[in-house]
Design a protein around this ligand. Structure first.
Ligand SMILES: [Zn+2]
Length: 423
């Protein structure tokens, strides 16, 4: 055997298995699950969870173009550190991923680096400008799994309707960033009491929900498969719930930061709390947790948005939107939601492994004899302080900086080899 993970608690959300067992890995695949006697490389996984590596629907790898914030190499190292074995990367690089050549470049670099599957997402519109559609057909041939103008809504509803018709005809999903920029204006955080007190322009929740309402009407006509990115407020949830009741082909995701933080965390103008959509109110956050539990929300996606130091060391007005989140997603959610009993661990993992893969049209990862070994080892009791050194990402822009966190990824195995190991 190449590797034996000894005495771990195997949690496999697809089969529903949860048991203490050893996992033996040889030639990249899972050889056996059970009680394994002999091995050369044995890891003691007592009291650690072993589950299929995680799948992120929403990562910003920043390369090409913004290598001072992240490269494909540092992004994939960060993903492995976070327990992820697959990521979908958003097209807002420079140049934008609106052509087959950029898609192929990202896939080539990702394969060269290894350690994590990368599924590029192509732009809906050329250069994300919202004026004309990208060549959605050639992007599909080059290997994108979805289309998105993430960072921007497709303001022109007629253009979006055309994109939906094409996407439907080639059975591809659109990942929509829903925001009415006229309502957001130059808002920095969520509209409300905190924004007023800090003297900041606020972004109202209707900025998100009004565009979701518009786009659901277009989905009703076109039947296109739509995935709503990072939803953040109650009205969005209600609209999506209703659409699902009507059997519209829609799914949605929520980020760990919208599940665990609120606009109160902006504190004294902390630019690391400046994200888009903005951190919401306590009642929104609680509704998002309920939505995750009751199935309105299909997936947890990190919206990992690394930024260089300079992009965040500014006034809150000028700082960039986004949080570096792929390395803290699992421990943060485990500590905030699982330990407090708000969600069952296996259910949370289902939304971090199984549904994301399905939304991207990829076969979900599972722990099964004969399958490629893509496994995360997670120690729920390890406690540590989050410092800049913790991050393998170039983006240290996290609200968790300086805080203590409980629960650590001890190893991530990608196709039978360690992509990250602590022990
Ligand atoms: Zn977005």
């Amino acid at each position: 055997m190449d590797i034996v993970l000894k005495n771990g608690i195997v949690v496999d959300p697809l089969s529903g298995i949860r048991k203490t067992a050893d996992i033996a890995i040889e030639n990249g695949t899972i050889q056996s699950i059970g009680n394994i006697k002999k091995s050369t490389q044995e890891l003691d996984c007592k009291n650690n969870f072993l589950f299929p590596s995680l799948f992120d629907l929403h990562t910003h790898l920043r390369e090409p173009g913004f290598e001072s914030s992240e490269t494909i190499e540092t992004g994939l190292a960060a993903a492995a550190h976070g327990g992820y074995g697959s990521v979908c990367c958003m097209p807002n690089s420079l140049p934008v991923n609106d052509s087959a050549v950029i898609t192929k470049y990202i896939r080539y670099r990702a394969e060269e680096i290894g350690g994590c599957n990368v599924y590029p997402i192509g732009a809906i519109t050329k250069d994300l400008c919202g004026k004309s559609l990208s060549d959605m057909y050639s992007l599909k041939s080059a290997g994108v799994v979805a289309y998105s103008d993430d960072g921007f809504p497709v303001e022109d509803s007629s253009l979006l309707r055309k994109a939906m018709k094409i996407a439907k005809s080639i059975n591809m999903p659109l990942f929509l960033h829903e925001e009415d920029k006229f309502l957001s204006q130059d808002g920095m955080i969520r509209d409300g009491e905190i924004a007023v007190r800090l003297g900041l322009n606020g972004i109202p929740p209707s900025s998100e929900s009004s565009i979701i309402a518009r786009d659901l009407e277009i989905v009703r006509e076109t039947g296109a498969r739509i995935h709503f990115c990072h939803i953040s407020c109650i009205r969005s949830l209600q609209l999506i719930k209703e659409a699902k009741r009507d059997n519209l082909p829609v799914t949605c995701e929520v980020t760990p930061h919208h599940l665990c933080f609120t606009d109160l965390d902006v504190g004294q103008y902390n630019t690391n709390a400046k994200v888009n959509p903005p951190l919401a109110s306590i009642s929104d956050r609680d509704a998002l947790i309920d939505g995750l539990v009751d199935g309105t929300i299909d997936a947890v996606a990190t919206d990992h948005a690394p930024h260089s130091y300079d992009m965040k060391r500014k006034s809150i007005k000028d700082a960039a939107f986004g949080m570096s989140g792929i390395e803290t997603a699992l421990p943060l959610l485990y500590a905030s939601l699982v330990k407090s009993g708000k969600i069952d661990f296996s259910k949370l993992l289902y939304k971090m492994i199984i549904t994301p893969a399905r939304i991207a049209g990829v076969k979900p990862n599972t722990i099964e004899t004969g399958r490629l070994a893509n496994i995360t080892v997670f120690d729920p009791s390890e406690t540590y302080n989050v410092t800049e050194k913790f991050f393998l990402s170039k983006g240290k822009n996290s609200l968790l900086l300086g805080k203590s966190l409980e629960g650590a990824v001890k190893a991530t195995i990608f196709n039978g080899k360690f992509s990250y190991r602590m022990f």
